[in-house]
Design a protein around this ligand. Structure first.
Ligand code: ZN
Length: 322
């Protein structure tokens, strides 16, 4: 499980600033309360020194530690009661001097005993939807919203098979070595829908995923190729070679250019060689793949990717008619 590294760094920083904010708030509250309630300063410091005093007592004379500990505990409890009474008497909430965290489980650390806390996992998933490029799509395009009723007869049986396979791919995805898929078939048959659905589920399961249209991807490669020497913005194409699952939608609809075939071959090859998974959806047939790109690209895709043929009649057109 890797999530998106940039998301992780960003969220870790947010957590640190939340904890700092909580500490600053307590400092502010203490200053207010100490200024207003005489003796509160002393009470707080005595409560806070209970731990060190108990430790000191244990170091000095282990035989009488129990006795000392009981005394320190009794005194602390009575001071805490006094502190609460004074806070309420002066119109403050009783927890006014306590640290407050968004997540009391991990105290906004993001992990508990070295394990990622649920709050952190949720934050990473939410950030993953955005950074992967599917945030605007995944509410509508997920496994639950894939409607089989738009397919009939043989196309229905085929759609059921493709849906089942895509779901299994997403559920069994385990990073490197999970294989790659090729979604083929005409426009409006659900290729984008299932590509996004897989991406969403794989993000939820904690993997670094990126979704893009072929057009956007080639345009990034082009921008990178003509990058100015003094441009120090992050490299736009790193995500295509680094993410654990890359989804390239609508291959074949990109504007052509001499660089398209070598770029695609280089990327497909690099991802196969490093064991990283890719899902490519395309309207192109095997033959069109050979003419649009070249034989090497077609043979890599058809040799290494598991192909699924989408059949039926255009779902988008059916939705418009209904
Ligand atoms: Zn937490």
């Amino acid at each position: 499980m890797a999530f998106n590294r940039a998301d992780y760094v960003k969220i870790k920083k947010e957590y640190e600033s939340k904890r700092q904010k909580a500490r600053d708030t307590v400092e502010l509250h203490r200053a207010q309360v100490f200024a207003k309630i005489p003796g509160m300063d002393e009470i707080c410091r005595t409560i806070e020194s209970a731990g060190p005093r108990a430790y000191e007592a244990a170091m000095k004379d282990a035989s009488s530690f129990d006795e000392h500990f009981a005394e320190i505990k009794r005194q602390t409890q009575s001071l805490v009661a006094e502190q609460t009474r004074l806070l309420l008497e002066h119109g403050y909430p009783e927890d006014y001097l306590d640290l407050h965290y968004d997540c009391p489980l991990c105290r906004d650390e993001g992990n508990i005993d070295g394990k990622m806390c649920d709050c952190m996992r949720k934050a990473l998933i939410k950030a993953g939807y955005v950074s992967s490029g599917i945030s605007g799509l995944c509410d509508k395009m997920n496994f639950d919203t894939f409607d089989l009723s738009y397919y009939t007869g043989e196309a229905r049986r085929n759609a059921e098979l493709v849906l089942r396979s895509a779901r299994r791919f997403a559920e069994e995805f385990h990073g490197e070595g999970s294989g790659s898929l090729l979604f083929m078939g005409g426009t409006g048959l659900g290729k984008t829908h299932l590509s996004v659905a897989v991406a969403k589920r794989v993000i939820e399961r904690g993997y670094y995923t990126h979704y893009c249209t072929a057009e956007a991807m080639f345009s990034d490669y082009r921008a990178e190729k003509y990058r100015r020497f003094d441009d120090d913005s992050p490299v736009r194409t790193d995500k295509y070679t680094e993410c654990e699952l890359l989804v390239i939608d609508d291959l074949g609809t990109e504007s052509g250019g001499r660089d398209v075939t070598p770029t695609l071959y280089g990327l497909v090859n690099a991802r196969i060689n490093t064991g990283l998974s890719t899902i490519i959806s395309t309207n192109l047939s095997h033959k069109e793949m050979m003419t649009t790109y070249d034989e090497r690209v077609a043979s890599r895709l058809f040799g290494e990717y598991l192909p699924y043929m989408f059949t039926g009649s255009d779902v988008r057109m059916q939705k418009l008619r209904n």
